[in-house]
Design a protein around this ligand. Sequence first.
Ligand code: 5AD
Ligand code: SF4
Length: 438
Amino acid sequence: MAEPKKLFIKTYGCQMNVYDSERMAEVLGAEGYVTTDVQEEADMVLLNTCHIREKASEKLYSDLGRLKPLKAAKPDLKIGVAGCVAQAEGDEILRRMPLVDLVVGPQSYHRLPGMVDKLAQGGKAVDTEFPAEDKFNHMPERKVLRGPSAFLTVQEGCDKFCAFCVVPYTRGAEVSRPVERLLREARALVDRGVREITLLGQNVNAYHGAGAGGDWGLARLVRELARIDGLERIRYTTSHPNDMEDDLIAAHGDEPKLMPYLHLPVQSGSDRILKAMNRKHTREQYFRLVERIRAARPDILLSSDFIVGFPGESDADFADTMDLIRTVGFGASFSFKYSARPGTPAAEKAPVPAEVADARLQDLQALITAQQRAAQEAMVGREVGVLYEKTGRLPGQMVGKSDHLHAVHVTDPEARVGDLVRVRIKASAPNSLAGERL
Ligand code: 5AD
Ligand code: SF4
């Protein structure tokens, strides 16, 4: 028997890329590839890229540059680029980096076997189409599993066209996977020890998949998943404020398996900027929405993304963003300096000076860090559920995630990865909590 070929995958960017990398490993597994963590051993290196900000896509070119000596030493090495940079800049990648053999966009991963055959014949393989067929119908069952918590992509793409964002171009139009397939995939995960599933989608709360009796929304899908014995926790990300339907908000109040954490990016607190961003909601509408969510689930932790230095952002606009953050009080937030992306409407507009954007980013990060600490501090003394994901560095120590998605360290020598336990929080460190098993 031939030695199995070795595949090294590097994943950049979002959780959906993490999921996609696992699925690509399975597709190529069926073609005789086993994964390796050692790049130098690989027969194929696959870079699964992110195009959301300029910095993210630049990483691809520097990593490809670093692969040159390896390719020179191993001429049979195949180098592939997948993900959103492949989708957006496929031709440019091939022109700038002749060492690349394969370019595959996010909607074409099921076609990898044919592409690999083409490489074996000595050619290059490129596929950045948006095929009509559902790639997931053509991919093998899931095999790669790391721990008791898994991702499940339920929806891909986005129709919102925020003025700064490449996702509608790189991931294409919104497509929801059918209910039955998701239930099957979820049951298979649970059969193999998964106890927590995070439903993924660029616009996950816009989910509307074909199910019994017609289209199902995300709330109905969550409620059906919650009936799976052995599945203890459900999360979903990322949501758009305008798609937070009443039944989904209600599920946060009455579905115990739906965890009390919600990532609900608002991007800016200025109505003028929200309008320029094509977000189609005001700050006041966001406040009302947060009130309704908290009425349903008072202890829910909210998180958001913020962009500073969007074209035209004035000091007053930025002050509105800071005010929104203070008013809402987030449990965690992610902040980014605006990055002009070719092909998006905002890229045509004059940028805010870099020093101004840098200063605003610093101010905003200080505020969200303080809020994150405060939210953690507020957990001290409380009893929470913790799902153990791995062992800690100290003897007998376990590390897991709380219901509110905090990392928690617990000394619990008898425990095993995958145990879901009750813990009393005793202390808060900068990026984690310490607790005692009850
Ligand atoms: N510049 C800066 N940040 C961006 N994001 C998306 N596009 C851009 C851009 N062009 C941020 C948004 C989004 C997160 C995933 O990345 O905040 O919610
Ligand atoms: Fe991008 Fe999210 Fe806006 Fe869609 S909703 S365009 S993914 S920022």
